[in-house]
Design a protein around this ligand. Structure first.
Ligand SMILES: *Cc1c(COP(=O)(O)O)cnc(C)c1O
Length: 461
């Protein structure tokens, strides 16, 4: 039987061993299959007596070592999957090592690191410091927090503090959006607003960006009732962007809270060519941005930004009742869904200090170049058909056969995954069964795109 104290006496050796395990994983990353369908092993029963960490690590390697996928590697183009820079990875290790409770007000360092990482991100993304920001676990939670602030704003417009008395008796809250991410529905469900509150507004012809004239009509039809608009800055399918400046301009005529889902699209701000896509986003009331995608920090990490910290504190303040005091807008404890939380900002702080603005701009630009390289290969080929112009970091295309079925696409993707070389996701574009490739990993090079392309050609029947 091993007790924690015994392992602690061997801590230096055991942690070096762990480090070697990590180095070994990273060294083999480029050749690790992107996909692994092998059945999970039978569950191990809780040992009555522990075996100690050295043996636990060996068991882990035996059981799971070969089934970990190379999703953090350079040819995983599914969903929008970020990589991990070395500085971010090391920052994450240290977050666990220090194990600070970032909600603990006796540790000012944690709050300072978070504020400093948020300030650097604002600079990187060229947002004014009228936005306050907090780290949360992902864009889903970040969108949920933004919509919780929106709900509080909406209640205030109707003369009700929803954080105190709930939304009982109020008219239904309406949320308007062109191409919302699925997590917006989830957030509305969690918040008790309900999925049905989301009204899809028409998109521009052949695009996923909202038709601003249709949005204007939908707002006008509300007869002055306040509502929420979710603008999309980077739709996952085609990286299309709403015209945020035009949407924000509507706020002078209609009362609505503008939330921007910029999970990956916010990083367009890093690149002078892509930056205009975000024009007007500084007028948003709240913004969701993922860090575990294009910032290349490990899961799970995102930032929630808002210009309404008081409304945010009304929702999240950790006191029995509001009359106990004015809401505290300084401490994360009163601003995020969690109370105790990890020092999630440290990986972001490390990577921003280590590589700076130029380093992170280079990651964004190289992702875009890899996307356009794949787009060119597809446009020039006779076996695939590009479905939309390559926007930023996403390529959406299909098989060149006249009307590929979902099964055709699925079986191509299965063959491709089984090659272990690259992972792409299935989607639909309009009514067409489609495939998409998204680039957001710093490790991906043009050589990786060529290697993925060869595998794609070999997987076509
Ligand atoms: C990825 C993504 C989300 C959800 O983010 P998670 O990090 O998976 O919670 C929401 N919106 C957009 C546009 C995304 O790309």
């Amino acid at each position: 039987m091993t007790q924690p104290a015994e392992d602690d006496r061997a801590a230096a050796d055991l942690l070096r061993l762990t480090c070697e395990e990590a180095i070994h994983f990273l060294a083999g990353l480029s050749d690790r299959p992107v996909n692994n369908d092998s059945a999970p092993p039978a569950r191990i029963a809780l040992p009555a007596r522990g075996v100690g960490f050295r043996a636990a690590l060996a068991s882990f390697r035996d059981i799971y070592g070969s089934s970990l996928t190379g999703s953090v590697g350079p040819r995983y183009f599914g969903f929008v999957t970020g990589g991990t820079t070395i500085a971010a990875l090391a920052g994450d290790w240290l977050t666990s090592t220090f194990d600070q409770n970032a909600a603990d007000l006796t540790s000012r360092a944690a709050a300072h690191i978070e504020a400093s990482a948020v300030a650097m991100l604002r600079e990187l993304l060229r947002l004014p410091d009228t936005f306050s920001g907090r780290f949360v676990t992902g864009a889903t939670t970040s969108n949920m927090v933004g919509l919780a602030i929106a709900r509080q704003w909406w209640g205030r417009q109707l003369g009700v503090d929803v954080s105190e008395r709930g939304a009982h008796g109020l008219p239904a809250l309406t949320v308007l959006s062109g191409s919302p991410h699925s997590c917006i529905y989830k957030a509305l469900s969690i918040l008790g607003v309900g999925r049905a509150a989301l009204r899809r507004v028409a998109t521009e012809r052949g695009r996923e960006s909202v038709d601003v004239a249709a949005l204007r009509d939908a707002l006008a039809a509300r007869g002055g009732q306040p509502c929420v608009v979710v603008a999309n800055a980077g739709v996952v399918n085609t990286a299309d962007f709403d015209d945020i400046a035009a949407i924000a301009a509507l706020q002078s005529q209609f009362p609505f809270f503008l939330h921007v889902d910029a999970a990956f699209g916010g990083f367009a701000a890093c690149s002078p060519t892509c930056r205009p896509l975000l024009e007007g986003w500084e007028q948003a009331d709240s913004i969701a941005i993922d860090a575990h995608k294009w910032l290349n920090v490990p899961y799970d990490s995102a930032i929630q930004l808002t210009r309404h910290p008081t409304l945010q504190a009304e929702v999240f303040q950790n006191v029995g009742a509001a009359y106990l005091g004015a809401p505290n807008t300084d401490d994360a404890l009163h601003l995020t869904p969690e109370n105790s939380r990890r020092l999630r900002a440290l990986p972001a702080w490390m990577t921003l200090i280590a590589y700076g603005e130029a380093g992170h701009r280079a990651i964004v630009e190289s992702s875009c170049q890899c996307a356009s390289l794949l787009g060119e290969r597809i446009a020039d080929s006779s076996v695939f058909r590009l479905l939309a112009p390559v926007r930023m970091n996403i390529v959406v295309f299909t098989l060149s056969s006249p009307d590929p079925t979902a099964d055709d696409v699925a079986s191509f993707l299965t063959r491709l995954r089984d090659s272990g070389q690259t992972y792409l996701t299935q989607t639909t574009y309009g009514s067409v069964q489609a495939i998409r490739a998204a680039f957001s990993n710093w490790r991906t090079t043009p050589q990786d795109v060529e290697r993925a392309w060869r595998a794609m050609l070999e997987s076509v029947r």
